[in-house]
Ligand binder design. Structure first.
Ligand code: ADP
Ligand code: MG
Length: 384
């Protein structure tokens, strides 16, 4: 067991890393963050911020020498970086697990090879792969295999010609072509797994997206017990097949009552933010526990919760990214009973950038949802 006041290493400096730093600090650990951005949200809280690229081996040597164990909050950390650090100290999750989650072709192939439920897809490495793709895949979504997030690197394509045009726009980068599914709704499972293979799941959440970006999470999901059990069971199987150690997020589509795995995130997940406010252990504390070899807690959700993401366009006068740049009027949110606001201290707001979120908790699911949606409208988030 790694115990306080040991120093933990975090690769990546975004908001997920920032919440990890807070959780680790509360538990008595020190944290070093490695991230190239001098303004990174986690770097600002860290005991030490190494401002360096993920493949700066001199910085990695210093990082390894100063930390007792390393984890990540960002799935695009190069697998080579994780492998290199693992020569000197424990690294969780392992490069092999992260490598599967960071490449959509590897991820879909992993699901197919292990008999895990997924939607119809084809791996696209060249134009011929598009020409020979099953006609039943269209209309489809073409997604770049690597480095896509928050709906970026994705194009909705009606037919083969549109897919070819989108593939050219993506400069011939390897892609997956996924059948466009008609979704009943989307859910996710966040879990933690330790080195002995013990797993603890958080309750299943329902996720609503806007423009490909998570907008609202409702936790727990108002789905049937059967569907929720099934989602947790599939997520556990994924974690165990990946020999995963740490916090893992698994996103699902529900389509005609059936579950399909959409994608996995080898880190805490946006749909698990509310675990800070609504559970007796957060997904970030579980990440600390798994990394340090502490016993995982058995999460108990004590309140229903609705989380709303706050994106960068809110910082602009028209709420869409145009006009005067100004801080939203946070007093509107602080007046709402049961609402907690979390801001990430990002340097600059850009449309679509995740800048913060709020969580409303309470006992009554309908009232919590109504309060959260009213607060969402009051701060200026519009549906169009
Ligand atoms: P990201 O890495 O940006 O989260 P996702 O693959 O999860 O990418 O896509 C973002 C969102 O776009 C999904 O949560 C879903 O709402 C929608 N989406 C993606 N793929 C499909 C699909 N094949 N069918 C229907 N909707 C999809
Ligand atoms: Mg996603």
């Amino acid at each position: 067991m790694i115990l306080p006041p040991a120093t933990l290493g975090m690769l990546g400096g975004g908001q997920l890393g920032r919440f990890f730093v807070s959780a680790a600090h509360e538990m008595g650990y020190k944290v070093w963050v490695l991230d190239p951005d001098p303004h990174s949200p986690a770097g600002l809280l860290a005991d030490r911020h190494l401002i360096a690229a993920y493949d700066d081996y001199q910085a990695l040597d210093e990082f390894a020498a100063g930390c007792a164990a390393v984890t990540t909050e960002f799935e695009n950390v190069p697998a080579d970086t994780l492998d290199y650090l693992a020569k000197f100290l424990p690294v969780h999750p392992a490069a092999s697990a992260v490598a599967v989650c960071q490449n959509r072709i590897a991820e879909k192939s992993f699901l197919a090879d292990n008999g895990l439920p997924h939607g119809p897809f084809a791996a696209i490495r060249n134009e011929d792969d598009i020409r020979s793709a099953n006609a039943g895949l269209f209309p489809a979504v073409l997604k770049v295999a690597r480095f896509g997030y928050d709906g970026k690197g994705q194009a909705r394509v009606a037919d083969r010609d549109e897919a070819l045009a989108a593939f050219q726009q993506f400069k011939g980068e390897p892609c997956v072509l996924e059948k466009m599914l008609t979704l009943d709704f989307e859910v996710s499972v966040v879990l933690a797994r330790d080195e002995a293979g013990k797993v603890q799941c958080f309750p299943v959440s329902e996720n609503r997206h806007r423009n490909g970006i998570l907008d609202v999470t409702i936790a727990p999901a108002q789905a049937s017990a059967c569907l929720r059990d099934n989602a947790q069971e599939v997520a556990e199987r994924i974690a165990s097949k990946l020999a995963y150690v740490g916090t893992l997020g698994v996103e699902f589509f529900v389509c005609r009552g059936e579950l399909f795995v959409n994608e996995m995130a080898p880190r805490p997940h946006n749909s698990g933010h509310h675990t800070i406010d609504a559970c007796d252990v957060s997904q970030y504390e579980q990440q600390v526990r798994a990394l340090c070899g502490l016993p995982l807690a058995r999460p108990r959700q004590h309140s229903v919760a609705v989380m709303v993401n706050l994106l960068g366009e809110l910082w602009y006068e028209d709420g869409k990214g145009h006009g005067t740049y100004r801080e939203p009027d946070w007093s509107l949110l602080h007046a709402v009973p049961g609402l907690r606001l979390h801001l990430y201290a990002k340097h600059h707001a850009r449309p679509g950038r995740k800048m913060g979120h709020f969580v409303v908790t309470g006992d009554d699911a309908a009232q919590v949802l109504e309060r959260a949606l009213q607060a969402r409208a009051a701060i200026g988030i519009r549906d169009e």
